[in-house]
Unconditional design. Structure first.
Lengths: 291, 272
């Protein structure tokens, strides 16, 4: 038995080693090296490469563009995720009673989620076109410049993001809803619970866990969002859609300040890890309460 | 009652179809002539044409980009599954020191923003002289594909009954033989699900692909579409056609392999 366990331990290391080496080189090492990079002034085109300590972070603390980007990131994340959450939950509940066309319904939901986000960006760019776009025509021949107007660009981006990712929340909730045994609903009906009360007292409590997980995934994704901004606005107009990720990317590869861009990247990473930690704590709490 | 149920079903489907209108509108635009595009009523009335598809296939970088994307996504999928499946088995079933910490760091890897590591990866890939190659993209995409595969497949391994493995071992099979002959075949659906997710993620990936590519030699579909050229005005019809071509693999997967895709998508979230 012990020989077997020893053998198992050796096989385990053997099986896991290639994956761990790959992750160490491709994820852990860049994740640590970025910290070091963020402490340097590195502008390759000018051959500049020197240690500056926490200077970039000190600069960011007083950088209005950074605070603007943080605000845009948080607004984008909060509004997008809230809308996805409400709409996705609604769709899942609507699908709960679906008898025919379930496969079609799931396919229609999967489509926006599975498309490349660059395609989504191009689609919405066309829908938002000031003169030929479908949206302005539907609104009765308006000529609104959705992506060029500072007050409208961020809402327009949020709509495109919600379109793309609401189905994710809906599908997770729907998959959970399908596993609820019908006897529970029978019991609720026998107890005289109405439709609303059933949703509130039976369905929603059972969905709590999956909703938390969907929220976690979606929040992390929204905090890191890049593609839609890149295609639709590039961060403009007047930086009203410049998220932290876009600011980091522009610093890294447009103004080619590797060290400074790395510092913003570290902030994004820290923000994401902090939020993930918060959610995981909430979920652990949830499980304790349930147990 | 059944009549009301049918109406309700139809209303829900209609609402979902309405949600998908942006996609259908792009599909419709892709088959309408340029002259009809400036006004919606003309667009609706115009006879369909394949001009945009012809233009995109004959005179744009899309065919090369499609080949690059297929190659990169397929290699990333194979690589992540090849490295991830054995590792996932070890994480799920074998005594590995520091397992909890390992699992946690795998989860942390899936959450890590691409923009955080893109700078160091850029320096690394430049040092290895891999810029503008498929290899650069496969390596970069593996950084987010592998943690996902490890996490998903470890869950699928746990679903394989231990009794079946024990039976094989009592018959004298070694761990590796058990893994190959008993566990892997039982995990095939799970592997397919994880593979589909990785393929889609790699197919759709923009940030790494935009950063590490420079020419037609390695530019993937999202990059080509994001950079789609317009000389005097934006070629909306051509862009729509290119968008449809870029959407083809996801559409085929959604239409044909829905079950596996949903399984992979929901596996992590519904498992206790």
């Amino acid at each position: 038995m012990t020989a077997r366990r020893l053998d198992d331990a050796r096989v385990g290391r053997l099986l896991l080693a290639p994956a761990l080496v790959a992750l160490a080189v491709l994820a852990a090492w860049p994740g640590l090296w970025v910290l070091w990079l963020s402490l340097q002034r590195r502008i390759p085109v000018f051959g500049i490469e020197r240690f500056v300590g926490p200077a970039h972070y000190a600069f960011l603390a007083a950088d209005p563009r950074f605070w603007n980007a943080l605000q845009v990131t948080l607004i984008f994340t909060f509004v997008s995720v809230a809308l996805e959450f409400l709409l996705g939950l609604g769709v899942a509940l609507a699908l709960q009673g679906q008898r025919r066309g379930r496969r079609l319904a799931v396919a229609l939901l999967l489509l926006p989620w599975a498309l490349p986000s660059v395609v989504t960006g191009r689609m919405f760019e066309w829908l938002y076109h000031p003169s030929a776009g479908l949206l302005n025509v539907v609104l009765g021949g308006e000529a609104i410049n959705w992506l060029g107007e500072p007050a409208l660009a961020l809402p327009a981006l949020i709509v495109a993001d919600v379109w793309r990712t609401m189905p994710f929340v809906a599908l997770l909730c729907y998959a959970r809803v399908l596993t609820i045994p019908s006897e529970i609903y029978e019991a609720a009906r026998v107890d005289g619970a109405g439709a609303l009360a059933t949703v509130r007292d039976v369905t929603l409590p059972l969905l709590r866990r999956v909703l938390l997980i969907a929220l976690l995934f979606r929040t992390l994704d929204a905090l890191r969002a890049f593609d839609l901004m890149f295609v639709l606005t590039g961060g403009g107009p007047a930086n009203t859609t410049e998220t932290l990720t876009v600011y980091a990317y522009r610093s890294l590869f447009q103004t080619l300040q590797l060290g400074f861009g790395a510092a913003i990247g570290v902030v994004v990473g820290a923000l994401v890890m902090f939020v993930a930690w918060g959610y995981l704590r909430a979920m652990a709490h949830e499980e304790e309460a349930a147990a | 009652m059944s009549g009301r149920g049918a109406v309700r079903d139809a209303v829900v489907l209609a609402a979902l179809a309405l949600w998908a209108v942006p996609f259908f509108w792009q599909a419709l635009t892709s088959v309408k002539p340029d002259t009809a595009l400036p006004a919606v009523e003309r667009l609706l009335a115009a006879p369909p044409t394949l001009d945009h598809y012809r233009a995109v296939i004959q005179r744009s970088v899309m065919p090369a980009a499609l080949a690059n994307s297929l190659g990169v996504a397929a290699l990333t999928t194979l690589g992540a599954l090849g490295l991830g499946a054995p590792g996932a088995y070890a994480l799920a079933r074998l005594p590995v020191p520091g397992k909890r910490a390992l699992l946690l760091s795998v989860v942390a890897c899936t959450a890590f923003p691409q923009v955080t590591i893109v700078g160091p990866l850029f320096v690394l890939l430049r040092a290895l002289d891999l810029r503008d190659t498929w290899a650069a993209l496969v390596l970069a995409d593996t950084s987010f594909a592998l943690p996902l595969v490890l996490w998903l497949l470890a869950g699928f391994v746990r679903e394989v009954p231990v009794a079946m493995e024990e039976a094989a071992q009592i018959d004298g099979a070694s761990r590796l033989a058990t893994l190959g002959r008993v566990v892997l075949p039982l995990m095939a659906p799970g592997i397919a699900s994880a593979g589909l997710l990785v393929f889609l993620m790699s197919w759709n990936e923009l940030l790494f692909a935009y950063t590490f590519t420079a020419t037609e030699a390695s530019r993937t579909v999202p990059v080509a579409l994001a950079l789609f050229p317009g000389v005097y005005e934006v070629p909306w019809g051509d862009i729509a056609a290119a968008s449809m071509l870029a959407s083809l693999p996801p559409i085929l997967i959604v239409a044909g392999l829905q079950r596996w895709l949903v399984r992979g998508l929901t596996a992590g979230a519904l498992r206790d």
